[in-house]
Design a protein around this ligand. Structure first.
Ligand SMILES: CCCCCCCCCCCCC/C=C/[C@@H](O)[C@H](CO)NC(=O)CCCCCCCCCCCCCCC
Ligand SMILES: Nc1ncnc2c1ncn2[C@@H]1O[C@H](COP(=O)(O)OP(=O)(O)OP(=O)(O)O)[C@@H](O)[C@H]1O
Ligand SMILES: [Ca+2]
Length: 594
């Protein structure tokens, strides 16, 4: 229970200005007073956002410096930066230096503020295990950690054990095998790939300890207690961006320091009764799989490799046959097209916690949860879509990132136990470009005739028998051969083109293509795009949070709130609050943004 009783109140000085400082309940505030003792402006900080209280005059920038004066104390706290100019919910370290009338009063302030911190913030981390990938993103992870993050951890009294990785999967293996006693969380300084290592380590270890088999698709996985923190230093930083609202190392470090906790849905991917991987942001076939495969050839370009590969793959103009089956989520609760946004404190996600983890988890309710999970196997509830797709994407969250601030599915929820399945059927190049481009604008990317989106609990992808090995020059399932917009074969990676059913142009494969290609053009296409230069396969690959999966036929299931991050979801932009209040979604803090 919150009490608003005043713990301490006194005059204090900031510089030469007199203020009234007040610690009451869970808030600390200070109000500037004018010469007639009238209130001027007030600054108010929730105790939960106080980073540290230090005796004396303390600075941490550019270097830590303490002047041990008798009547001063320094408060460090979370300060929200001006969000206008598209900066998003950016946090920085606020610092205020207070001078009291006596040393005794100063000591009272420091003691009371520290007691308030202990009382209101019992779950702040004390000891963290930090993995730095020196090769991720722009290769600045070490510098980012030591210059921007470590001083904040030190200020907050957090001790960190730092491991600079020397190989891929070192962080995952460390978490799976080493003694983690005493650690309150694991942190990665890197991109989505590093986050994925921590995700696999934490989930795997938790299941091992609980004796749960990850390969059994019908099993209820054990939720993980060990929190994961992300200091963004990668190429896409999608998980950080979608859970914090910005990819900024200081903002993320502050969320870690104050012990924020955000549950996150996780999708398990299986192939033939074997766990392949876990995903939180994208399980994508077709375009996103091809972009990832192509981008591996251009790693040296750094973060630019995705745009470059995206451009090449777009020019290749490919679509793939497949059967997508899905288990719809309860459409009464939410929909991917309800124009809501999952914001910090989202009520849809909070209500899902109740549904996913009923309060009194007696043996019988555990049993009924297992039964309800098992019922996903009931074939009657599954729906099926068959056809040629530009891309098939499943995302457990919005997957917003700097490249696409509203993400793959803008109304998806971080922790509602569902994912959004986006099916983009074959279409002409202009149509697909429109779809892609809408990821970067306020226009609805689902409001296109060749796009459908479903809120789901599980998905399966397969081929018609024999189809997997077919080449792509199979006749298309279609009638209206509208010419596509790209007329120059050379711009389409120098392969021949034919119009297909949805007005798109398909490359010819095999002999037909070889005959129509000069030696010169073949060399040029080799240079341009790996996809178009070798004999084209009828299948794409799956992109699972930036990793290529070795199987095409997969089956996915969403596990609600399986892990917890040091984050709090995207904070609402104060400048849009007034507007949003009027459009308040009846389900609480998910506001309309249309
Ligand atoms: C006209 C502009 C179109 C811009 C379209 C932007 C769409 C961006 C959608 C972003 C979706 C991100 C999903 C997150 C995936 C992460 O788990 C994963 C790991 O980091 N990242 C990737 O796989 C990396 C995937 C990166 C995909 C980048 C795609 C870039 C496409 C560029 C297409 C240009 C066509 C231009 C034609 C003239
Ligand atoms: N020391 C290392 N040497 C080589 N690879 C590493 C090392 N440490 C980690 N890795 C691997 O590097 C991959 C990419 O790293 P990371 O995710 O940090 O950067 P990124 O790929 O640039 O960013 P993003 O994943 O956001 O696109 C990860 O999948 C990780 O397994
Ligand atoms: Ca979700």
């Amino acid at each position: 229970m919150e009490t608003d009783s005043v713990k301490l109140e006194s005059s204090v000085w900031l510089g030469n200005k007199r203020h009234r400082a007040l610690l009451s309940g869970w808030r600390f505030s200070w109000t500037e007073l004018d010469k007639k003792n009238r209130d001027k402006n007030t600054i108010s900080v929730p105790v939960s956002e106080v980073v540290a209280v230090m005796e004396g005059q303390v600075e941490i920038h550019p270097q830590k410096k303490t002047k041990d004066t008798d009547r001063d104390f320094t408060l460090f706290y979370v300060k929200r930066s001006n969000t206008s100019g598209g900066k998003g919910p950016l946090w920085s370290l606020g610092r205020s230096q207070f001078c009291c009338l006596s040393r005794d009063l100063r000591d009272q302030w420091v003691t009371q503020l520290r007691i308030a911190l202990k009382t209101h913030c019992p779950s702040r981390p004390c000891r963290l295990l930090v993995f730095i990938n020196p090769y991720g993103g722009k290769k600045k992870a070490k510098q980012i950690f030591h210059s921007s993050v470590a001083p904040l951890f030190e200020l907050a009294g957090i001790s960190s054990h730092v491991v600079v990785t020397e190989r891929a999967n070192q962080a995952r293996d460390h978490i799976l095998k080493k003694d983690l006693t005493g650690f309150d969380g694991v942190i990665c300084v890197g991109g989505d790939g590093m986050f994925s290592e921590l995700l696999h380590g934490v989930i795997g270890r938790t299941q091992q300890e609980a004796g749960v088999s990850e390969h059994d698709q019908s099993v209820m996985l054990q939720p993980c207690d060990l929190h994961i923190g992300i200091i963004p230093a990668g190429s896409t930083d999608c998980v950080c961006f979608a859970t914090v609202g910005v990819n900024d190392p200081v903002t993320s470090a502050l969320h870690i320091v104050i012990g924020d906790s955000q549950p996150l849905d996780v999708c398990s991917v299986h192939h033939c009764s074997t766990l392949v991987r876990y995903s939180v942001s994208l399980v994508g076939y077709g375009f996103y799989g091809d972009v990832l495969a192509e981008s591996e050839r251009h790693r040296w370009m750094g973060p630019l490799r995705y745009d470059y590969s995206g451009f090449l793959v777009y020019l290749c103009n490919r679509s793939y046959q497949g059967i997508v089956q899905y288990l719809p989520a309860d459409s009464q609760i939410t929909s991917p097209r309800d124009n809501s946004r999952c914001l910090s404190g989202c009520r849809v996600c909070s209500e899902s916690t109740e549904r996913l983890f009923p309060r009194s988890e007696s043996c019988s309710s555990l049993y009924s949860r297992q039964l309800s999970q098992y019922s996903i196997e009931s074939e009657d509830n599954w729906l099926s879509v068959e056809g040629r797709f530009r891309c098939v994407s499943l995302t457990c969250m919005s997957s917003s990132c700097p490249r696409s601030p509203k993400g793959l599915s803008p109304s998806a929820h971080l922790a509602d136990g569902t994912g959004d399945l986006i099916l983009v059927r074959n279409t002409n190049p202009l149509g697909f470009l429109t779809y892609l481009h809408r990821h970067t604008t306020t226009q609805d990317q689902f409001d296109l005739p060749f796009v459908e989106v479903h809120r789901v609990k599980a998905v399966r992808f397969s081929f018609l028998p024999g189809e997997e090995d077919d080449d792509e020059d199979q006749p298309n399932d279609s009638q209206n051969n509208t010419p596509g917009i790209l007329e120059d074969p050379e711009t389409l990676c120098n392969s021949d083109i034919e119009s297909n059913s949805f007005g798109s142009k398909q490359h010819l494969a095999g002999n037909q293509r070889e005959q129509g290609m000069t030696e010169k053009s073949r060399n040029k296409s080799d240079y341009l795009c790996g996809l178009c230069s070798s004999k084209r396969s009828a299948t794409s690959v799956w992109n699972c949070d930036g990793e290529i999966l070795p199987y095409a036929e997969i089956s996915c299931r969403v596990h609600g709130q399986l892990v917890r991050l040091f984050a709090r979801g995207v904070e609402e932009d104060p400048s849009s609050r007034k507007y949003n209040e009027g459009n308040r979604n009846c389900r609480g803090r998910c506001f309309s943004h249309s």
